[in-house]
Each structure stands twice: as C-alpha cells, then as structure tokens.
Ligand binder design. Sequence first.
Ligand SMILES: *Cc1c(COP(=O)(O)O)cnc(C)c1O
Length: 375
Amino acid sequence: MTTTPPAEIGMSLEDVDTPALLLDLEAFEQNLDRMATAIADKPVKLRPHSKSHKCAVIGMEQMARGAVGLCCQKVGEAEAMVAGGVHNILVSNQIVGRPKLLRLAALTKQADWIGVCADHPDNVDQLNEAANAMDATLNVLVEIDTGAARCGVAPGQPTIDLAKKIDSATNLDFAGLQAYQGRAQHVRSYAERQQAADAGIALTKDTVEALSAVGLECEIVGGAGTGTFQFETAGGVHNELQAGSYAFMDADYGKNLNADGGFFDDFEHSLFVWVTVMSAPTEDRALVDAGLKALAMDSGPPVVAGMPEIEFGRASDEHGILDISKTNHPVRLGDKLKLIPGHCDPTINMYDWYVGYRGDRVEALWPIVARGMLR
Ligand SMILES: *Cc1c(COP(=O)(O)O)cnc(C)c1O
C-alpha cells in the first residue's frame, strides 16, 4: 500500500505536510552532474547503487547522465528498476533460495543485462539451475573480500576456482569481479580511507591478473562507494563505480574528511526530512513529529539544516527530542524544520514519496517504488 503524497505539485514548501522526505532538486541535480563530470574522462563508468534511492525516476536521471546501469541489493529492487525503465542491472549481492532465483532469472526476459554476485560453489549451482529452468543466461560476478569482512571469497586461488565453475556452467556467463570495500567508506581520515581502499584495489588487481593468466577476462570490475570513489577511479583496475549516497549526502558522509583536512564536500546535502514542532514544553526542549519510524538513527541523529547548534537528542517511535538551549533562533509550536538524515538509505526506505522542490515550490512527486523490497 502506498500512502497519499504529503504534497501537491505547485504548492509552497511551507504547506507540505510532515513528516515528509524532501529533495532539493537543484542540489540533487548538481550532485549527479558533479559525479558525471568527475569521471567523464576517466576509464571508469558509473553504475549507481539504487539501494540508496529505491526510485526508478532517479535511476533514469542517472542513466541520462551516462550511467551504464544500476546496482540493486535485492531481486525486488531489480524488478522495480526494470519496470521503471532501467534495463541493465547488477544485483551486487548474493541471492539464495529458489523462489528468488527464479524471479531473478525471469528478469532476463525483460531486461538487456542482468548480473548477480556469488561467493560459494553451491550458490553457483543454484543460479545455474534457476537460469536453466527459465531458459535464461545469467551474468555472474565473483564477489571477493577485499577487507570489508562482509560477503566474498578470498582473492587469489579461491576466486579462480569459483570463476572457473561459473565459466563452465551451462546457463551462466562469468562477468568479472565484485570488489567493494564497504568498511573503507566512512573512515574519517582521508589518508586512512585511501589506505584501506588502496589495499583492496591492490588485491583486486592481483586477482584480475591471476584470472587473466588462466584465460578468464573480467568484463566488469565493480566496487567503490561515495567515500572512496576517487581512489578506485585512480586505481586502474575497477571499471565500474557503485556509489549511491552521493546523490543525497547524508550527515554521516558529511563527517568524512578531505585531503586538506576540511569536511568532505564534493557533494551537497540534497535530502531532508521535513518535520513539525509538535510540542515546546520548556525553554530548552522542543519535540518534532519524526522519531524512529521516520528517521534512521544507526549512523547517528539527524542535523537540523541551517541550525547545527540545535541538537537532535533522543528519538522514540514518533517523537524526536531537540535540545534548543544553545540556539538564539526561536523554536515555536508549529514551526517546520529540515533535518539532514544521519543515514540516507534506511531513512528513504521509510517513505513512499520524494517531494522534489526548487526554491520554495514543490516541483515533483516521485514514488519510492522499491521501498520495503526486502526480498
Ligand atoms: C551500499 C553499497 C554501495 C554504495 O555505497 P554509498 O556509500 O551509498 O555510496 C556500493 N556498492 C555496494 C555493494 C554497496 O552495498
């Protein structure tokens, strides 16, 4: 069930109901343009991660700026993106279990290119069976663990063994390596972040060469997020970048540091949760109508846009508690505020609509079609 949008096109921002997910279209478009420009003359392509935005309209905006396709994390996300017009999808994740595998294989009939990752020989067998049952061919990347300690086989021989198995399967094509260093993304110091990314890049390079030596060429070497894309771009082995959060820049990414020691500012905050002050019981406390069910708190609380001296403290289900003791700005009942989410992806997943605005006017309502796609 999709709820009714909290806004109508043409209305002023002040009239948008709360809580709502706002997208500053100027900042958003600038972020997409900046990424496209940053890699325009580099030997890498962009395959943005749609787990961040979960919105086919945004996926198409990225495609219009040169993206080769999208990454998805779930089959349901992939289905939603294909239905919305994006026909080149890499599921940058492991898909296990027959119902999902059959859906994935079926998607090949509607899309131009469908890929998926594997890190276990049994999963390769299951992928091949499902593809065979649907009379389809799936592209499979071997996911390697380059230091993130999430999924992935060890680089080197285990990767070669798995790639050979994929290559010899009747209904699978070996398509390359998934080499994403998730842990490196939010390392604050630039030098340490670079070190973590470069260590992963070196392992990836060795593995690509070892595969080539046995006759297995990697069409795709994918990885990188918003925190490290410069390093993979310069690294000379990745050819697809998978950044997702760059479109929005959450508060957490705003805490990363640049080479000059200043805060990471390659991209602008474009995403906000629009809230109303629903109670102002004391001089130093105000409550807004967005709590744990409207804001992800896993990467820390949101930041009040333009008023960082107001501290967002605790949140309960439907309350966000603000410490207003350090601000000179009056905070009154009924006031509306923009919050920069701590973590964009899980926050977006709580909403049905982006309310896109320019200046003071609502310009677009985009459905978050892959919201809640856990399968
Ligand atoms: C989340 C994710 C990304 C995108 O990372 P951002 O930090 O949002 O830019 C890229 N690749 C994979 C495999 C991911 O899981």
